[in-house]
Design a binder for this molecule. Sequence first.
Ligand SMILES: O=P(O)(O)OC[C@H]1O[C@H](O)[C@H](O)[C@@H](O)[C@@H]1O
Length: 428
Amino acid sequence: MYVDLGNALNGQPRLTREALDRLDDRVADAHERIARGRADADHGYAALNLPDTVDADAVRAAVADFDDPETVLTVGIGGSALGAATLTEALGGDVDHYILDNVDPAHVGTLLDSLSLADTVVHVVSRSGTTAETLSNFLVVREAMTDAGVDWTERTLVTTGEAGNLRSLAERHDLPALDVPAGVPGRFSALSTVALPVAALAGADIEGLLDGARAEADRLSGSLFESPAYAYGAACYALERRGAGVNAMMPYAESLEYFAEWFAQLWAESLGKDAVGQTPVRALGATDQHSQLQLYRAGPRDKLVTLVRPRERPEVPIPETDLDGLSYLGGESLGGLLDAEFEATEASLAAADCPNIRVEIDRVDAHGIGELLYGMEAACVLYGELANVSTFTQPAVEWGKRAARGLLGGGDFPEADAVGEKRELLVE
Ligand SMILES: O=P(O)(O)OC[C@H]1O[C@H](O)[C@H](O)[C@@H](O)[C@@H]1O
């Protein structure tokens, strides 16, 4: 991964090279804490060891009995779904991959009606094994399979923690089950048994992914100027402290659209604590140049824009045309056009003093995606250290989960009482 901070400097909010130099001492301390956390495999930090601790053979063995499925359906939500979606969207492969995360009945019904369930492998993923959306969706999928005459126990793979409802269900029905690795929070679990099984079923290069991640891990060092991941994390932190409360993540590759979604969870749940945190916004280049860019360049000075691209793209030439006004496009390629749009956006933001950071990988392939995901995770952990927040917890999310559970009669949760206290100012 390559991170270019040039356009992050001297804009508004104003971050200077001198400020980055000063921050570097704190990066060195933070790096030591991270290294200690990794050495002790402490909760959260253990995720940064995944390139070396994940057992790729066990993942492959767990999916080996599902012979050439047409479709994989991941039933999970948040960190239990977004990593898998990011991998298959970026890397493609031999299966159609669908995610069932939300419990919108209209969507679930339409999706299940459209699938040939006999040719589908269902991967149910929940670290806690208790998430209501995931468990409910799985019960619906299971029934749909039974109704279609499919033995769901033959078509289901589980990934979950040591205990919980999903673990009990897997044991009761003797389902193949993988463990979520200890100490790895969901949003840091893309390079584990959580997301790798679908990549394996799709025939993706798992070793390549892990090699890419390892390459990024090897670049972590006590200076932000030597580690792309830390450069990104430190600059985001420093810009946020100076007023860039928004980080628009804007990949210029259709295959990285889910990456922005994955990044949004990583950044929001990890860093949104104690009135700190950068609000991640999902964008896509060049599409959102034609919608959101107006705001990024001319709206409130509270933003950082992160522009992500591969350095190499597939070659699709734009055919020549004899239309005068279009002749400049003929002989160009779609990739060339997209890169010109990327560089034009970068320049237009810089010309308006809007901080932006360029993040590149060589290609959207297994190695590049391994670098990118690991790099962003390490950036996030560093940011959390610098901001002194508890990166690996999500108490605000848990509050809402307890309230919903209480409402549904799933236990006595005082948070549910707040629902009755809703204020109303209804206009009809
Ligand atoms: O994997 P699960 O335990 O089902 O959790 C799925 C998601 O649930 C919660 O909302 C957490 O805040 C997320 O971090 C997590 O990724």
